[in-house]
Design a protein around this ligand. Structure first.
Ligand SMILES: [Zn+2]
Length: 258
């Protein structure tokens, strides 16, 4: 693992038997598997959503078979699917990749009229640590979301799956956006930069955020000082190659042309 990342956070790997007393300690992130494993088409569920929720009440990820975009808000799990719908997730559903934290933010900051890049710059300026969790809530001028189609084995790579992704405009809506910022050095572990998922306040839609222009709202941030990564058998934490970083960026952070 990259020395800069080790300095930026306290990384703890554990197996499924690595039970801890402090399942949901403040400022700890819990993550199952890694973004590199997801890029390598490991889409089978490892943990149940019920188990994931024991580690935190705010987060994101996906479901087994890459069945949509997982959004965890206020301890409730929702999934945004490729048809633009949003549904509650049964706790017995499994996930191959999820990140959660018991959200313990500081005081909120007011946000007014920020286009996507300006919003991310503001969050960067506010972020209390290299690894931070965020919740943004308010009236959005524009929210462009994406989701991915459910896959069946043998699984294609994530790079191929996102070519089939659906993107849609949620329009001007009240929404909750949640997610995390990881440093560039975390590329093998997580999506570098801000990784955000959103759900409409009225429950009408949700997904992975491609563009979020906010009209007015508030943001809460929480510093993470430890990242607990539970590694499925055969998955190792390692730094991503330049090609892998490019693939992650293409799969997770760039809007498509469609
Ligand atoms: Zn996502």
């Amino acid at each position: 693992m990259d020395a800069d990342l080790v300095r930026a956070l306290h990384l703890v790997t554990e197996d499924r038997r690595g039970a801890r007393d402090d399942l949901a300690a403040p400022h700890h992130l819990f993550q199952t598997s890694t973004i590199s494993a997801l890029m390598d088409a490991r889409y089978d569920g490892e943990l149940t959503i019920g188990e994931v929720l024991r580690h935190g009440d705010l987060g994101l990820g996906t479901l087994a078979g890459l069945d949509g975009e997982l959004i965890i808000v206020d301890g409730e799990a929702h999934v945004g699917r490729i048809d633009g719908s949003l549904s509650p997730v049964d706790p017995s559903t499994t996930t191959p990749f999820a990140v959660v934290t018991p959200f313990t933010p500081g005081d909120p900051v007011t946000l007014t009229d920020l286009a996507h890049d300006a919003l991310l710059a503001r969050l960067d300026a506010m972020a209390p640590a290299a690894v931070s969790a965020v919740r943004v809530e308010g009236a959005f001028r524009r929210l462009r979301l994406r989701s991915v189609p459910r896959q069946r084995a043998p699984y294609p790579t994530l790079g191929d799956v996102v070519k089939e992704q659906a993107e849609w405009e949620a329009g001007a809506i009240d929404a909750v956006v949640v997610g995390f910022r990881f440093p560039a050095e975390a590329a093998g572990l997580e999506v570098p930069g801000w990784h955000l998922h959103a759900m409409a306040r009225d429950g009408s839609t949700g997904g992975h955020v491609l563009v979020a222009d906010i009209a007015s709202g508030r943001a809460w941030l929480d510093a993470a000082d430890e990242v607990h990564v539970e590694l499925p058998p055969g998955v190792h934490v390692r730094a991503a190659s330049a090609a892998e970083r490019e693939g992650i960026s293409r799969a997770e952070t760039r809007p498509g042309t469609g």
